[in-house]
Design a protein around this ligand. Sequence first.
Ligand code: PMM
Length: 266
Amino acid sequence: MGIVNVTPDSFSDGGRYDTTETAVEHGRHLLVEGADILDIGGESTRPGATRPLVAEELGRVVPVIRELAGDGAVVSVDTMRAEVAEAALAAGATIVNDVSGGLADPRILDVVAGTDADYVAMHWRAHADRMRDFTDYSPDGVVETVRRELGDRLEAALAAGIPHERIVLDPGLGFAKEPHHNWELLEHLDVLAALGCPLLVGASRKTFLGRLLAVDGMARPVGEREHAHAALVALLADRGVDVLRVHDVRATRDALAVAAAMRGDQ
Ligand code: PMM
């Protein structure tokens, strides 16, 4: 899944693709590099970010989705809002990627249930401006707590009428998580896979990789985390992850090719 952030302020690529034209061009580039899905988002979820107005979010994503879906691409919309999901599906998206797992706007579950779209439910606790206050995973620890809270979101999606086979779960790396929480979740993805849905993982360019590579307490800058991410992708290849949400599709494809070759599967 290649990322197209149509935002002025995303932590990873904010402002680079914030017009319809540049975003569409970027999406086409990711397809050439081998993306199977394009994830189009109009709201930055970077820690501390403030939310765009609904009209702003719609204006960012809908024209880009219309163009790229018109090209024949499989398009996912990265939104927490029912209204945006509805417009995106009407414009040709077939997947709703909801980083709040239905918590931010529960009506989004009904919107998805009323179509045959797939639904990604990510583990989430609070909007970006407050998520740093929600990193306490005691007493059960991050893996068990995320399994339970994500399990609740799965139940909510099923109760709204989204069939099990159309639901994908995501541990939500970096969302109300300290770096060590992300590593623990990556180490124990099997616990989340036991919920019985495909898994999506989004580690690309995130702060925990920057922290891992820090020198003298200074995190590695966002644009210089790709090698670490490719190494992670290769290691995740045999861990039952079904979808990787990434900025650099080519590096990801290369890492997956190496992992496949090492399995004797060329
Ligand atoms: N991360 C971001 C945005 N959307 N969606 C899912 N399903 N999983 C993620 O981990 C995720 C997401 C934030 O990263 P970005 O600003 O680089 O897009």
